[in-house]
Design a protein around this ligand. Structure first.
Ligand SMILES: Cc1cc2c(cc1C)N(C[C@H](O)[C@H](O)[C@H](O)COP(=O)(O)O)c1[nH]c(=O)[nH]c(=O)c1N2
Length: 255
């Protein structure tokens, strides 16, 4: 990065980034609003450019994700060149046609008609990668579960996704790609793992519900169905029942 484009994201006098003050209820609600109104965006992108300061904040948010042993295994490939995006889009079309055949016959037409990427419509694509050998072979927290570095890179994806929502930017994750084609298009070295290919840009609209839910593909599973108490086979005691009742009272913002 050139010195002219240096980003000052959190100057010490800026109280927004002080560690200790408690969140006000308005700040808390803003965080939940970002979580509940974040959407996977495919077909709603506008071509408007993303200002550098906005993109800088979103990337800085991604870089401040948690990571195993503070490894920060990620890199960010910012893709604007249409020719590069066109290459990746061509691979998407090939993978998408293959994917269709993997579903049972009755679902193929529905799958074919789903919009599952915005590679060319969005002005910027970002590939987040994972350098599994960064800082050497032994990493605090990855000594016994080897995939922790990959999970860390996914945390960066989620930070980016939420920060983008707060900036009124849509993000769509495209994983219907052949990894070798992605590597080739972006010149990713063999030791680096591509984790997420993301389309990012301003949007006409954020859908109120996940598009796959609106299309009748899958529904959101009620949270109580996913709760287990004191073990996989555990049953709710009185405290568990109270928690389930409390969950029923949670009204996700704007839903
Ligand atoms: C790891 C991973 C991979 C993908 C996705 C997500 C994640 C987490 N999603 C987005 C996914 O379909 C979406 O998150 C869910 O449908 C829920 O919708 P909302 O994100 O809540 O709008 C996604 N969407 C899409 O249109 N094409 C894709 O290839 C992918 N791939």
């Amino acid at each position: 990065m050139s010195s002219q484009t240096q980003v000052h994201c959190a100057p010490p006098q800026d109280t927004r980034f002080q560690a200790n003050p408690r969140f006000s209820s308005a700040e808390r609600d803003a965080v939940y609003r970002a979580i509940h109104t974040r959407r996977d965006v495919r077909g709603e992108f506008l071509p408007d450019p993303i200002p550098d300061d906005v993109l800088a904040r979103v990337l800085t948010a991604a870089h401040h994700a948690p990571s195993v042993g503070f490894m920060q295994p990620w890199d960010f490939i910012v893709v604007r060149a249409r020719a590069v995006r066109a290459k990746i889009h061509a691979d998407f079309l090939a993978a998408h046609a293959e994917a269709e055949q993997m579903f049972e016959e009755g679902k193929r037409a529905t799958y074919r008609n789903l919009k599952l990427e915005g590679i060319l419509e969005s002005p910027v694509n970002i590939c987040i990668t994972c350098d599994r050998s960064r800082h050497g072979p032994v990493v605090i927290g990855r000594t016994h579960i080897g995939a922790m570095d990959v999970y860390s890179a996914v945390c960066a994806v989620q930070n980016l996704w939420l920060a983008a929502r707060a900036e009124n930017l849509g993000v769509g994750w495209v994983s219907i790609l052949h990894p070798p084609a992605l590597r080739e298009a972006l010149g990713i070295p063999p030791e680096i793992v591509p984790i997420a290919y993301l389309c990012i840009g301003y949007v006409r609209d954020f859908h109120a519900r996940p598009e796959l839910e609106a299309a009748g593909w899958l529904r959101r599973v009620p949270l109580p169905e996913l709760l287990h108490f004191d073990g996989w086979q555990g049953r709710a005691d009185a405290a568990g029942e109270r928690l389930v009742e409390a969950i029923d009272q949670v009204v996700p913002i704007l839903r």
